[in-house]
Write a protein that binds this ligand. Sequence first.
Ligand SMILES: [Zn+2]
Ligand SMILES: [Zn+2]
Length: 131
Amino acid sequence: MDAASFNILLHAAAYILEVFGVSLFIIFLYVIYVDCVLPAWSKLRGFSVKELAKLPEVRGRELGVASECCICLDSVEPEDPVRLLPGCNHGFHSACIDAWLSRQPRCPLCRSDVRLEPPDQGTRGDSGSVV
Ligand SMILES: [Zn+2]
Ligand SMILES: [Zn+2]
């Protein structure tokens, strides 16, 4: 093997290593993005109007005794449209909680995450070993 062809071989190897390294780096960035950036982003994001419409809406009287909306600090009248948050069952004026949830998917009272789907029932043990 003469010096010229060795040089070409060396350049080819360097090129392959470089392409390999760059693709690894891109894959690395992609994994970071999917694993860390996307979940953080979706956690910060509130609900859309379409998603908000899926939340149950009742009348103020169904909350029972004189309730107060902790967002506007006004009392909830029996005829007021009220949303009950699935999970914690806290109730607020529909207009108040819709504005709140469009900015963050969390209950303003207990700070628990608001899920549109009912929580998974599959976690309970079925062996009767409940203490
Ligand atoms: Zn309110
Ligand atoms: Zn709550």
